[in-house]
Write a protein that binds this ligand. Structure first.
Ligand code: IDP
Length: 157
């Protein structure tokens, strides 16, 4: 694997889908040079929600979080690129949209901590990206291909 083959799990949350922001999220990541390698438009069930947010099981906001993430369709995605996990987190902005910098996805579109538009794997949690990808996708649902602009995104391509 070359350095720009890192994969990360990203999700347009139910609020993003309802507000018509799915395309905007895809566009931002796509235009950055990250490559979409998997996508699934789906409604998350209770079990998957509890698995995905398992680390928050003992938090006071857990029930609310599960209720929200199962409340409507989401777009689950896998994006690939150099340092993809950390780069997506930077593009998302702070967890609380009220603290997210303008120019970030949450900073441009959100106002409420519970409805913060987008999920991306935590780069500070080693292996979270691959664990989350595995939870949502079978390996054969991910596509390997060259994007024609890769030599213009990566100097060493
Ligand atoms: P992240 O989504 O930026 O990785 P996490 O700390 O992993 O943030 O929290 C997961 C999600 O739980 C957040 O995106 C947010 O929607 C929700 N959340 C986090 N903290 C709170 C809280 O204190 N109250 C309500 N919801 C919260």
């Amino acid at each position: 694997m070359s350095h720009h083959d890192e994969r990360t799990f990203v999700m347009a949350k139910p609020d993003a889908v309802q507000r018509g922001l799915t395309g905007e999220i895809v566009t931002r990541l796509e235009e950055r040079g990250l490559k979409l390698v998997g996508a699934k438009f789906m409604q998350i069930d209770q079990k998957l929600a509890e698995q995905h947010y398992g680390e928050h099981a003992d938090k006071p906001f857990f029930d609310e979080l599960v209720e929200f993430i199962t409340s409507g369709p989401v777009m689950a995605m896998v994006w690939q690129g150099a340092d993809a996990t950390r780069q997506v987190r930077q593009m998302m902005g702070a967890t609380d949209p009220a603290d997210a910098a303008p120019g970030t996805i949450r900073g441009d579109y959100g106002l409420d901590l519970g409805q913060n538009i987008i999920h991306g794997s935590d780069h500070e949690d080693e292996g979270a990206n691959e664990r989350e990808i595995e939870l949502f996708f079978d390996e054969d649902e991910l596509v390997e291909y060259e994007r024609s602009d890769e030599p213009w995104v990566y100097e060493d391509e």
